[in-house]
Design a protein around this ligand. Structure first.
Ligand code: CA
Length: 407
């Protein structure tokens, strides 16, 4: 049995009893532990890798390392989200470089807790729970097929636990360069308890059991141990990882001085400031006029001239072209881009790049219809490496499966 415990970075000081504990265990069935965790107050991370031996554990380790490096020094949900997105790109790049395995991926539940404030960035089906006033609450929403089925009322939470699709996740690091993390910002209170875990825990121990252990075992390290023991007693059919953190209400001594803010947001805002203040209205108009993005209207992909979203309450876009690409069809082939398109739009460098991206989508959909599922290589103007920002260039995600099996 493989068990590892990660200690906080040297210099993190607490009173005699540390307000956190953690444990990861390979379980009884799997040969390798593909989970990884990080405990580096105020940052706590659980990643559940997938892709088999030399795939899953590589992906989850890269993710944890990247988040440790890129996480903001202060509590900042968006900054934490960017760190997770950096980790996503790092996993994708590693696979391209021949590190790990093609198609490897990982879930990620990353939390920062300081004083009575907490932020979480979430991807996949590992979870964050909060015990507050004796009530256990699942904070994060799983990105999984069964979570969608439960939400749409098709199956009950109890059925989800045994459903044949329970291990299929709909969002993960390592598959889609445009992947974004769900962000949560939560006020917590002294006496609350945060618990992060991989599905190896909650698939073996029902929430009532988790709740009881978190309420009755005082020391967080003991609580983490008992939770893992309980999952092993329940069968241990998957890797099990648990991080337990007590909310003390005071901020731990900060030892991490890694400052790295969300690149894209900063770049965009600076670009706008420069555009508005420096270049003047005419140049700004030219820039807007020469940008494009993809969005959704009436279930179809549409091309807009301009930039998505609004800035300081103003919109800078016009509908340019209706395409015949159905977003539902795109969803089945490239779920990441389809979701982004629906939610906030996909920015492109130019109208041509937007049109080329639509052509790529058509090709992917046609290919899927023909039974092939290989990722599209951008034949036109959409080369992801041609732009310094992965977010602003147009390219096709290499992921073509609608769901990934988490292990
Ligand atoms: Ca797992």
């Amino acid at each position: 049995m493989d068990s590892a415990e990660y200690l906080p970075e040297p210099g993190a000081r607490f009173e005699n009893v540390k307000p956190f504990g953690s444990r990861t265990d390979v379980g009884y069935v799997r040969e390798h532990n593909e989970d990884n965790l990080l405990v580096a107050p105020p940052l706590y991370v659980v990643c559940d890798g997938m892709g088999g031996h030399e795939g899953g554990e590589v992906a989850s380790e890269i993710a944890v390392d990247t988040i440790a490096r890129c996480a903001p020094s202060e509590l900042d949900a968006e900054g934490l989200g960017h760190a997770v997105e950096e980790a996503n790109l790092a996993v994708i790049q590693a696979a391209r470089d021949g590190v790990g395995k093609e198609g490897m991926g990982t879930t990620c539940t990353a939390a920062m807790l300081e004083g009575e404030k907490m932020v979480i960035a979430q991807v996949g089906d590992s979870r964050a729970y909060l015990l507050h006033n004796g009530v256990l609450q699942q904070i994060t929403r799983d990105h999984s097929v069964v979570a969608d089925l439960v939400e749409s009322g098709e199956i009950s939470p109890a059925q989800a636990r045994t459903h044949q699709w329970r291990s299929y996740i709909t969002r993960a690091l390592g598959l889609d360069p445009y992947m974004q993390a769900d962000l949560y910002e939560i006020n917590v209170a002294a006496g609350d308890r945060l618990m992060l875990c991989s599905d190896g825990l909650y698939s073996m121990v029902p929430d009532e059991g988790i709740s009881e252990i978190l309420q009755t075992v005082a020391n967080p390290q003991d609580a983490a141990d008992v939770l893992v023991d309980e999952a092993l007693a329940g069968g241990g059919s998957d890797n099990i990882t648990v991080v337990v953190v007590d909310v003390t209400g005071y901020s731990p001594q900060k030892t991490r001085k890694i400052v790295r803010r969300g690149k894209m947001t900063a770049v965009l805002i600076i670009a706008l400031m420069v555009a508005i203040i420096g270049m003047g209205a005419a140049a700004f108009g030219f820039w807007i006029n020469n940008s494009a993005y993809l969005g959704e209207q009436d279930g179809k992909v549409v091309i807009y001239r301009g930039v998505p979203g609004d800035f300081f309450g103003m919109k800078f876009s016009n509908l340019e072209e209706f395409t015949d690409v159905q977003v539902d069809q795109l969803q089945a082939v490239l779920p990441g881009p389809a979701s982004r398109l629906r939610e906030e739009g996909i920015a492109c460098d130019s109208l041509d790049a937007a049109k080329s991206l639509v052509s790529d989508y058509k090709r992917e959909i046609a290919k899927k219809g023909g039974g092939s599922s290989a990722g599209a290589s951008a034949g036109g103007a959409s080369d992801p490496s041609s732009s310094s920002s992965s977010d602003s260039s147009a390219s096709v995600a290499s992921s073509s499966s609608s769901a990934a099996a988490s292990e």
